[in-house]
Ligand binder design. Structure first.
Ligand code: MN
Length: 250
């Protein structure tokens, strides 16, 4: 017999259960990203990010790309902000940085995915800005503390609509760039990534079970720098699209 107050679990399908109890607070909105050229939306499950994936960026951060392989960190799914929006200058920082990145949208999940078949798990590609509180990141690195406050804050993941791989193919090269108020700050080619897209997916899937709806920010090239209230950011990857957003004073 069910204990008083215990949730009612109803069998839905083999291996799957569903809670039929009332929710005690309002359910959070389900974050999603537009799919280019359609009215469809891509539901965001998790946001994974790769750090230190371009040699020149590792060097500008004071690291040695020969000794420090890329790393993974995460942002909350609801950090996504659509292109064209204004991003409020976040609290608790005086050094907000831009990081333009190729983003991979996962359409099929899996664990321990082989490099050779990794692209079969890709739904499409977008362009994102891995907004970073650089001062908090520097402090965290010094203390050996987590990066969450530096990377995983509200509205920290502006992103374009997603282009379907079925439409544009897979992205192994192409100019990646970012301008602030029309001034070029970052420019490289995604072919320069230390871990390619298939290698990122394969490696990431050994740590986490990837699922449909996951987004993977694949790292930023050199040229990261500060954003100020009033700035207009534009950035892109050839063949995918252009991300635009403002930075709004708070
Ligand atoms: Mn980044």
């Amino acid at each position: 017999m069910r204990a008083p107050g215990a949730p009612i679990i109803a069998s839905k399908a083999a291996g799957e259960t569903v809670l039929t109890s009332a929710l005690v607070v309002q359910a959070p909105p389900a974050p999603s990203v537009a799919v280019a050229g359609t009215d469809d939306r891509f539901p965001v499950h998790r946001i994974y990010c790769v750090g230190r994936n371009y040699r020149e960026h590792v060097k500008e951060m004071g690291g040695d790309p020969a000794r420090e392989p890329p790393i993974f960190f995460t942002k909350p799914a609801d950090a996504v902000v659509p292109s064209g929006a204004g991003v409020a200058y976040p609290p608790r920082t005086s050094n907000l940085h831009h990081e333009i990145e190729l983003v991979v949208a996962i359409g099929r999940g899996g664990s321990n995915i082989p490099v050779d078949s990794a692209l079969e798990h890709v739904f499409g590609y977008a362009v994102g800005n891995d907004l970073t509180r650089r001062d908090l990141q520097a402090e965290a690195r010094k203390r050996g503390a987590p990066w969450d406050t530096a990377k995983g804050f509200d509205a920290s993941a502006p992103i374009t609509s997603i282009r379907r791989a079925d439409d544009i193919g897979h992205v192994a090269s192409g100019r990646i760039w970012l301008e602030v108020n029309g001034e070029l700050r970052q420019q490289a080619d995604v072919v320069e990534m230390i871990w390619s897209v298939p290698e990122v997916i394969a490696e990431l899937s050994t740590y986490f079970a990837l699922a449909p709806g996951d987004l993977v920010f694949t790292g930023t090239p050199a040229g990261v720098g500060p954003l100020l209230p009033g700035d207009l950011v534009a950035g892109g990857v050839d063949g995918i699209g252009t991300l635009q957003h403002g930075v709004v004073a708070t």
